[in-house]
Write a protein that binds this ligand. Structure first.
Ligand SMILES: *Cc1c(COP(=O)(O)O)cnc(C)c1O
Length: 399
């Protein structure tokens, strides 16, 4: 009965004051996104102070404010709010606590030499977040509206962004399931929020090449699984295994998949191999997006940058440990690195595989170097774009 009236335009309806209008108005108020025009801002009375910038550890300090928007299946999104940073109060039965119904993003805002604050490809992060939320039945939102709301938060916190190359404001957009029921079914309430953390460079004293442990017994992701979305639940399985690898002297796990030991990702970074391939072609290769790979924004940026250079073949494909080991033996392996927003580039110097260590070259012209020339060049060019030394369509200046 009610559905007949939902179709009626409430503004022209002669039933304006009847209870049927209420039904129509109620449904019309369902929001499939939160909107920037509805954003309210409540500021703290006294801004906090931060540790000296050389003491900032990743994700240890948070700014004064956070962005929040609540969602229910019944009413859609509520109005977004920027409010003083606070602890969350959620029901102990919330889906995020039991079934890990959660996804997140990691992006950064940078302050350039000109004092201007720049966002780097935040739209790409928020598009990816919409894909993550949809994959676990959490609500989606309008990407542009989310970008505008987060941008306002960053503007408000611009004083908290440390200046200097390598320094940034790390942004952590998050969506969690908050329905106060233990039932394993589609969740009916959620919270979107964004917190900000002023950060120092990942390598404060310059690159430090890492050793990876190629794990042949465990997998991070599999075709048809959830590994191509940024879900908190993709991380917990790696914690213990990474600890074991650390005890053996390796910093991260090199995740493999399949009988052939295909390389997938390095820790929580996308993996890149620079080599002369079996056809004798100089190539930068990264695993293709086959469902086992997180589509990194850094990965995408590197691919596009290197294709533009046009100096070597750039491939999204597959490469196995056997191919890598053979290339190393034959002197065809030039560089291996991980890539992600946190460190941008993480050079690799050795890979533990089936009981032996595969050496990975760093800089052939400098035995003391902790990175290969290509790793360094990509790192420097990406930073130059992020800090505005090279103007680029990927950066948005906040006025
Ligand atoms: C976030 C993430 C990356 C890197 O993505 P960026 O967008 O470049 O930061 C790579 N692998 C995994 C598993 C990740 O969660």
């Amino acid at each position: 009965m009610a559905s007949r009236f939902i179709l009626r335009n409430p503004c022209t309806s002669s039933l304006k004051n009847s209870r049927y209008f209420c039904v129509a108005a109620f449904n019309a108020s369902y929001k499939d996104s939160f909107y920037h025009k509805d954003l309210s801002i409540t500021k703290v009375d006294t801004p906090k102070s931060y540790p000296p910038k050389d003491q900032l550890l990743f994700g240890h300090n948070f700014t004064d404010h956070m962005l929040e928007a609540k969602w229910t299946k019944e009413n859609g999104w509520e109005k977004p709010k920027i409010v003083p940073f606070h602890n969350l109060t959620i029901h102990p039965a919330s889906g995020v606590l039991h079934y890990a119904i959660e996804c997140f993003e990691g992006a950064k805002a940078y302050k350039g030499k000109d004092g201007k604050v720049r966002m780097f490809r935040l739209d790409a992060n928020m598009r990816r977040m919409n894909k993550s939320t949809a994959s676990i039945s959490l609500p989606t939102f309008d990407v542009e509206e989310a970008v505008k709301c987060i941008t306002d938060l960053v503007k408000l916190e611009s004083n908290a962004i440390p200046e200097g190359f390598g320094y940034s404001l790390y942004l952590r957009p998050t969506v969690i399931a908050t329905e106060p029921k233990l039932s394993i079914r589609e969740n009916s309430s959620a919270l979107f929020y964004t917190i900000c953390s002023p950060c120092g460079p990942y390598f404060p004293t310059g690159f430090k090449a890492v050793r990876l442990f190629a794990d042949t017994e465990h997998v991070r992701a599999w075709p048809g699984g959830t590994g191509d979305n940024k879900l908190g639940s993709n991380y917990d399985g790696g914690m213990y295994l990474t600890k074991l690898a650390n005890q053996k002297g390796y910093q991260q796990i090199l995740w493999l998949f399949g009988e052939e030991h295909n390389i997938t990702e390095a820790g929580s970074m996308n993996a890149f191999i620079y080599w002369t391939n079996e056809e004798g072609v100089l190539e930068l290769i990264t695993p293709r997006l086959d469902g086992t790979i997180l589509p990194g924004v850094t990965r995408d940026s590197i691919l596009s940058m290197c294709r533009k250079w046009g100096e070597f073949q750039v491939t999204e494909g597959s490469i196995t440990m056997k191919q890598l080991a053979k290339a190393s033996k034959e002197g065809r392996l030039h560089e291996v690195f991980g890539a992600g927003t946190g460190c941008i580039i993480s050079p690799v110097k050795e890979i533990g595989y089936l009981g032996s260590n595969i050496p990975v070259p760093l800089d052939p012209n400098d035995p003391t170097s902790e990175s290969g020339p290509l790793s360094r060049r990509i790192y420097e060019e990406l930073m130059a774009i992020q800090y505005g030394d090279i103007p680029h369509e990927w950066t948005t200046i906040l006025e």
